[in-house]
Design a protein around this ligand. Structure first.
Ligand SMILES: *Cc1c(COP(=O)(O)O)cnc(C)c1O
Length: 418
């Protein structure tokens, strides 16, 4: 085993990955089964919205445990349709997290809905239900029965929690707040397929991420737990939301299926049959896939447990985790940045997941956001680093990654004292 690590240490870039990358940050797991399913599509006359997409929806619905599952062309498209399905508009605002992939907030802007960011918990990196409660108590008022954000004058209609890195948000208090303030819940479960969360401590009731709110969205981009190339899925128990999304993803066509009858403004957010075929094959292996990821994560935990400068991911007792990425935290932002470039030099890819959304250039420009407004998000996002993480990452490769992290830290410590 030792030799393998040494071998990686001295090997030059493998041409397979290019750019001197020995270990990529993510890699889809496509087997012969997936290839066969996709080839079958190419032999059939149906390339878009045919039998495979219906089958994929059926398999997904059953796995997740929702009444409806609807394929869409991406997670972003799914989130956008969820916003439309709840009829949110330019008079409305939605409570969400600034620590996420940008699309969870962008979809609000698509419809001129105002995102109201609430800072995160420093341990889970998820939106902090206590801060949501605090915001609702102190910064809103009720006018003619409607809940209004005092600063903007917008109607607060919903909460959009993001189950970040596969770790579900503490949903029990959010569900309570939703009831108390009459807010809808849109779950961004794009990183959390298969995760579960305790939604009632007293009743010991668990639910899968994505099935708790009014509508939940999953994504199948190649770095996610399962992939369809590009693709996403919207799940809901509400028949009206389901039929609206079925129509709007397909150019606003009606349920009757008349091809050139458009009942409302719609989009082309359809999933093609090649993607659906890939999705079916991946879903058949979902148990095995999540187990492999779990094993990779626990090997990292073991390898990193005595690296003092690094904190490994936290999994709360109210959570059953589905691992999207493996994100560690360094003592400081400077150390993180140093180790990140050190890893790059050693052929190890990593990513600073995620820079705060509110500090992205166009958010600053549009809303006047500045540093200091969401201190927990800003502080933590300087220290986080996503390590190489995929189903078939080997123990030897992980040892090499951790070896390089140790070396990078040592080099940084030497430099920072002189
Ligand atoms: C991946 C992701 C999305 C968007 O999914 P796409 O399929 O890439 O559009 C949305 N939200 C989060 C949190 C994600 O990680």
């Amino acid at each position: 085993m030792k030799e393998k690590v040494i071998e990686l240490l001295h090997s030059t870039s493998s041409s397979k990955n290019g750019e001197g990358i020995k270990i990529p940050v993510s890699r889809p797991d496509i087997t012969e089964k997936e290839r066969r399913e996709v080839i079958e599509v190419l032999k059939s006359p149906h390339l878009s919205m045919g039998p495979r997409h219906r089958k994929f929806e059926e398999i997904f619905r059953e796995y997740i445990g929702s009444s409806y599952a609807l394929t869409v062309s991406s997670g972003t498209a799914g989130l956008h349709l969820a916003i439309r399905a709840l009829r949110l508009n330019s008079q409305d605002a939605v409570i969400t997290t600034p620590f996420s992939f940008i699309s969870s907030s962008n979809v609000l802007l698509f419809e001129d809905v105002l995102p109201i960011f609430v800072d995160i918990e420093s341990d889970t990196l998820n939106i902090d239900p206590e801060r949501v409660r605090d915001y609702l108590k102190k910064k809103t008022k009720v006018l003619n029965g409607a809940l209004i954000d005092r600063e903007s004058g917008r109607f607060i209609k919903a909460i959009l929690p993001v189950h970040i890195f596969g770790h579900p948000v503490d949903m029990e208090p959010l569900i309570e707040l939703g009831k108390e303030y009459d807010l809808r819940i849109i779950e961004d479960a794009c990183e959390a397929i298969g995760s579960e969360v305790l939604i009632s401590q007293s009743a010991k009731k668990w639910k899968k991420a994505g099935t708790i709110g009014d509508v939940g969205v999953f994504a199948f981009y190649p770095n996610k737990q399962i992939t369809t190339g590009e693709g996403g899925m919207v799940v809901t128990d509400d028949p009206d939301i389901a039929s609206y999304i079925r129509s709007v993803r397909n150019q606003g066509r009606g349920e009757g299926g008349v091809w050139l009858l458009h009942e409302r403004l719609g989009y082309n957010y359809r999933m093609d049959e090649l993607s659906a075929a890939l999705g079916i094959a991946q879903m058949r292996r979902i148990g095995e896939i999540l187990k492999m990821r779990e094993e990779v994560a626990s090997r990292y935990n073991e390898l990193l447990k005595d690296v003092e400068e690094v904190t490994t991911p936290i999994v709360k007792p109210y959570v059953k985790m589905s691992w999207f990425v493996y994100v560690v935290r360094f003592r400081s932002g400077e150390m993180r940045d140093y180790v990140m470039s050190y890893l790059k030099k050693k052929g190890v890819e990593s990513r600073p997941y995620f820079p705060p959304i509110h500090l992205q250039p166009f958010y600053r420009k549009l809303f006047g956001y500045r540093e200091g407004m969401y201190p927990v998000t800003e502080e933590e996002s300087k220290k986080t680093l996503a390590l190489p993480f995929y189903n078939r990452l080997t123990f030897e490769e992980q040892k090499y990654v951790v070896y390089c992290i140790r070396e990078g830290i040592a080099e940084w410590l030497r430099k920072s004292v002189t």
